[in-house]
Design a protein around this ligand. Structure first.
Ligand code: ADP
Length: 257
């Protein structure tokens, strides 16, 4: 029988304990950096629409209000900034919820085709304004195990981007093949250097364009986190000037063949 040196055993235990604590400290440090960066990004993006709205309102108060035409124009601009602020705050709330990982998911068997049709209905007028057609292709639609509201959010963000970054006269096609979903557009595309970063929060290929079209830079980060919570990853392929395709695969409901 091999006898274990008690001192050596104790040393091993201590070093095991220390490395575990070091790991914990590392995680805490990462969380702190993440929190700090997130706050910096958020406050910067919150300031932009607030300053813009403030500017328009103060100009009105300084006298521009006397001219009905100018005041109408400025009020419209202030309202647009505040609308953008509302979207941003909503997106920040959704993202913090999904990023923190403590969202309660409600998994149930859902019909993806039905969800896509609802999303299309909500985005119809936006698509019309940009002269973009929405198509759904389903070969063998089957039920998937997913959180209906959150998957609807994923599809809304992807289809909405397809419309925003599509070319007038273009299309966005959602293809469902079993449990695999593709959202494809024939819009402006994303160049190779930007492609790996589009899922990062607040990352935009063209900041001024994204802002002008009401983008928050959070849509794809939200998509990625929601899919993560579904144990699903998302892939993107794109060609500049030709279009972009996002693909993700959900799982079948339990007990289904
Ligand atoms: P945003 O609110 O700016 O659209 P997202 O997180 O949804 O933020 O997307 C991040 C960036 O990725 C966008 O600013 C845009 O530059 C690019 N992008 C996203 N989807 C598409 C698409 N379908 N076609 C071209 N570019 C896209």
């Amino acid at each position: 029988i091999k006898s274990v040196n008690p001192l050596k055993k104790l040393k091993n235990e201590i070093s095991h304990y220390v490395s575990k604590k070091e790991e914990e400290i590392d995680t805490l440090k990462k969380m702190e950096t993440f929190r700090r960066e997130f706050l910096a990004d958020v406050s910067h993006d919150l300031k932009t629409p607030i300053f813009a709205a403030q500017g328009f309102i103060h100009t009105l108060l300084d006298g521009a209000i006397e001219d009905p035409e100018v005041s109408h124009k400025f009020l419209k601009k202030a309202a647009k900034s505040l609308d953008g602020l509302e979207v941003l705050v909503k997106d920040i709330l959704i993202l913090t919820q999904v990023e923190s990982g403590d969202i309660r998911m409600h998994f149930e068997p859902i019909d993806l085709k039905e969800v896509v049709e609802e999303v299309f209905e909500q985005l119809e007028s936006k698509a019309k304004k940009r002269d973009i057609r929405l198509y759904i292709k389903t070969k063998d639609p089957l039920l998937v195990n997913a959180d209906r509201l959150r998957i609807s959010q994923v599809l809304t963000n992807l289809v909405s981007n397809g419309i925003t970054y599509g070319k007038p006269g273009g299309k966005v096609t959602v293809t469902i093949k079993g449990t695999e979903v593709k959202v494809a557009d024939n819009g402006i595309g994303i160049s190779e250097e930007h492609l790996p970063r589009v899922f990062e929060r607040f990352y935009r290929v063209d900041k001024s364009r994204s802002r002008a079209v009401g983008g928050t830079g959070l849509g794809l980060a939200i998509v990625k986190h929601i899919l993560n919570a579904h144990d699903a990853s998302i892939d993107v392929i794109s060609k500049l000037g030709e279009g972009t395709t996002f693909t993700f695969t959900l799982s079948k409901p339990e007990n289904s063949l």
